[in-house]
Ligand binder design. Structure first.
Ligand code: SIN
Length: 336
């Protein structure tokens, strides 16, 4: 008899573990209220086709998650995948910050084995629950050889997304996740996996699990904005600031003067667009990034540039080494 793949299923909460008093309720419910074991028990096909090990390091809605939980998860997932018998790991997660946890693990989890994040837009009790199908798909992907060496993946609504490009782009639809211009890396249909893109991942930066991630804040620009928020973040102890700029990363007058002097004050500065698709122009007319020591990262949105900066600073990278690594994060290696 063929050996069943061994998958480590790590529950963290979210809507996929949510419940409501009525089966017709899909938008008003309590997230993170069903344990990961009960979720597996509700899908008999899982134990029929896979050997499953279970862990539940915490049970939270993902809007309650913070960098402390990312570090905890890095330890739990890393330990699970270090077991030679384990073929892949799946993390059930709330969708609000799913892409943040996925990107954090993508940059810091040193493994070629599949690590798949999965969530749901409807609570487990709803007639329209999408969790069971998403979990079945996630198991299929986590046990697929083609998932190896891709870093963290996100499986939602029949699509397989890479952690760098995926974002939640709808507040309630089951088709909430999208990879924008880059596109999904694959799909799962009727338990068949198809890959659209070749396997590739950025160089991973190892982290000391006992250390705290540094504070990095996001400051967004808008018509007429000034430096008040920026200065407040610096005062609060930010080691880095992400400027979520206008258009191609531009800033109104009061903000750009403050930004141009930030790095000289010892605060790292990353520059991106306030989430308009497309790769940011480095060394623009407004910002001479090389001279000012500003970090940029192609099309990364503000919340993902923040994570990349946190990981780089925590790892101990400095100055132009950070930019060289960010360039690798956003561009496939030439061999890809
Ligand atoms: C959460 O992020 O935990 C709540 C929303 C969701 O999972 O869809």
């Amino acid at each position: 008899m063929k050996k069943k793949p061994l998958i480590a299923l790590i529950g963290t909460g979210g809507t996929i573990a949510g419940s409501a008093p009525s089966r017709t309720q899909s938008a008003r419910y309590l997230p993170a209220s069903v344990g990961v074991e009960a979720i597996v028990d509700g899908i008999p096909e899982l134990r029929e086709n896979y050997a499953v090990s279970l862990a539940q390091p915490f049970q939270l809605a993902s809007y309650d998650m913070a960098p402390r939980q990312w570090m905890q998860l890095l330890g739990v997932v890393g330990a699970a995948l270090a077991d030679p018998a384990v073929d892949g790991a799946i993390i059930t997660h709330g969708t609000d910050t799913l892409e943040e946890t996925a990107f954090f693990l993508h940059l810091s989890l040193d493994t070629i084995k599949p690590a798949v994040l999965v969530g749901a837009m409807r609570p487990s009790t709803a007639y329209s629950a999408d969790g069971p199908a998403n979990i079945l798909d996630a198991f299929r992907v986590a046990s697929d050889g083609g998932a190896c060496g891709r870093g963290c993946l996100v499986v939602m609504n029949g699509r397989i997304h890479g952690a760098r490009d995926v974002s939640k782009r709808h507040v309630s639809s089951v088709e909430a996740f999208d990879s924008g211009l880059a596109g999904a890396v694959g799909e799962v249909s009727d338990q068949q996996v198809r890959w659209f893109q070749r396997a590739w991942r950025p160089p991973v930066l190892s982290l000391d699990l006992r250390a705290e991630l540094p504070r990095v804040d996001i400051v967004a620009s808008y018509a007429g904005s000034d430096a008040v928020a920026l200065e407040a973040c610096v005062k609060a102890g930010a080691r880095g600031i992400v400027h979520a700029g206008l258009g191609n990363g531009n800033a109104p007058p009061g903000v750009r003067e403050a930004l141009q002097t930030l790095v000289n004050k010892g605060v790292a500065l990353g520059r991106c667009s306030r989430w308009i698709p497309g790769g940011l122009t480095r060394n623009s007319t407004m910002f001479d990034d090389d001279r000012l020591g500003i970090w940029t990262a192609g099309a990364l949105p503000p919340h993902k540039l923040r994570i990349a900066m946190m990981v780089a600073i925590a790892h101990g990278l400095k100055g132009s080494d950070v930019q060289a690594w960010l360039d690798r994060v956003v561009e496939p290696a030439s061999t890809a």
